[in-house]
Ligand binder design. Structure first.
Ligand code: PA5
Length: 449
């Protein structure tokens, strides 16, 4: 299998009966998801995106990616949250660890740089400096078209495009990924004649990486989006049977809920490959925004190993006992290295001479699983056999379907995100957005008290 789930380290924490005991609940969750009887049923279209997507749009995405490669040294991808993290993690996962430096050096593919995912002015300034007089295009991604962070960044980069190329050519360098019919960005795109791509109505931001949201930037980076979709389609087919003895994505959902109910309330997603750091960021949004509501839900966090074994490792081993861990373990690295012989053994590494570095990495993983298990931290592992497009598509789907089932197991609507509005309302009040004056006055008063 390209992706496999390993629960063998849970023996100390979960009795063998417990998984079976979850089957009835998993069946109910599966019904809610597949039959649409659960909350949030309008947002399940991601379930069939890999097997049933718009082919015409898919080929337009490839054409746009080819044009960007041809006429741009830099693609600025503007978006936040679900309109950002999928492309960001995929590009890291699929390419050379130093993709941007390599892209700048060999100029085969554009640098893919992200904006609109914070309100830092220095970041935008630095990005403009970096672009310098390089040719660039912009892919603005926003379902609503009104999110503050990407809207501000888009204004700035749109103006930069117009300054550099004039309005007409600028319009040929803007690609807008947005709602099909509604939204401010859609109207502006239609007026200006930008090429547009669709964020389907029934696909929420955190479930959108396999739509144009992720696919255009990923394709522009030179990755193979056909293979990505093929892998996801294979997973769609694999994870369809609710039987827990057969469905490993559902097993993962069930185990993390068993553990959650025993007090393991925070889950660390871990890797042993630095280029999966952003994968954990994507997963954190998927899990956190889906499950953290109604005053409950597993808190998703992450750690990068072996790096963080030298920082967070102490806490994980001996701190407060509320953590569970899920390792995404790569079984076959793209490249391996042999530890060389040396003249002396002053570094004490003679015993590793001639061994592969990845073998050492894997031994580290095994040692950590054993140590954390002894220390009282349950560890699950999702093995992936390669870091390629097919496997990533498979892995994305594994987590998407697992988190949806997990949310229903915990009795919440996994597809809404009412909580992300609270800060926005306050921010609009403080910024003086028309219609929010009263909230602004109220907040200023509270802050003065
Ligand atoms: O998952 C979500 O809904 C959010 O993270 C959104 O993706 C994020 O707020 C960006 O929204 P929009 O695409 O409307 O700009």
């Amino acid at each position: 299998a390209h992706v496999s789930f390993d629960s063998s380290a849970l023996k100390k924490f979960v009795h063998p009966n417990e998984l079976g005991e979850m089957q009835a609940m998993v069946n109910a969750a599966d019904d809610e998801l597949r039959k649409g009887t659960g909350a949030g049923a309008d947002f399940r279209d991601w379930l069939h995106l890999p097997s049933d997507y718009d082919q015409e749009e898919f080929s337009r995405i490839k054409k746009a990616a080819a044009k960007i490669k041809d006429d741009s040294d830099v693609l600025v991808v503007i978006g936040i949250g679900g309109s950002y993290l999928g492309a960001r993690m995929a590009i890291d996962f699929l390419h050379n660890s130093f993709y941007q430096a390599q892209a700048a050096a060999d100029r085969k593919n554009p640098l893919v740089l992200f904006a609109g995912n914070s309100l830092s002015s220095s970041y935008v300034y630095d990005l403009i400096e970096l672009i310098g007089d390089r040719d660039f295009s912009v892919n603005v991604i926003s379902k609503s078209g009104t999110t503050t962070e990407p809207s501000i960044a888009f204004r700035i980069f749109k103006q930069k495009l117009i300054d550099k190329y004039g309005e007409e050519e600028a319009n040929h360098r803007i690609y807008a990924t947005t709602d099909q019919k509604r939204g401010a960005l859609k109207s502006e795109a239609d007026d200006a004649g930008w090429e547009t791509f669709v964020i389907p109505d029934g696909v929420g931001g955190r479930y959108s990486v396999l739509s144009a949201v992720g696919l255009l930037p990923i394709a522009a980076s030179g990755a193979d989006i056909d293979k990505l979709m093929e892998g996801a389609a294979a997973a769609e087919h694999t994870y369809v049977d609710p039987d827990l003895t057969k469905n490993e994505a559902y097993q993962y959902a069930a185990y993390r809920n068993i553990l959650y109910r025993k007090g393991y309330e925070t889950e660390l997603l871990e890797n042993y490959e630095p280029n999966m750091t952003m994968f954990a960021e994507w997963w954190k949004q998927l899990a956190g925004e889906s499950e953290g509501k109604d005053q409950k839900g597993i808190y998703p966090s992450s750690a990068n190993f072996t790096t963080d074994l030298h920082s967070l490792g102490q806490y994980i081993q001996e701190g407060r006992r509320f953590l569970m861990e899920t390792v995404v373990k790569l079984d076959q690295p793209n490249h391996d290295l042999t530890i060389p012989e040396a003249k002396s053994n002053l570094d004490g590494l003679e015993y590793l001479q001639g061994k592969n570095m990845d073998w050492v990495n894997t031994k580290a993983y095994e040692a950590v699983v054993a140590a954390h298990t002894t220390g009282g931290v349950p560890v699950m592992t999702v093995h992936i056999d390669k870091e390629d497009e097919y496997t990533l598509g498979y892995l994305i789907y594994f987590f998407e379907v697992a988190i949806a089932i997990s949310g229903y197991l915990n009795g919440i609507n996994p597809f809404n995100q009412p909580g992300v509005e609270a800060y926005k309302t306050n921010m609009f009040g403080l910024l003086g957005k028309p219609g929010y004056e009263e909230i602004g006055d109220q907040l200023r008063k509270e802050m003065a008290d």
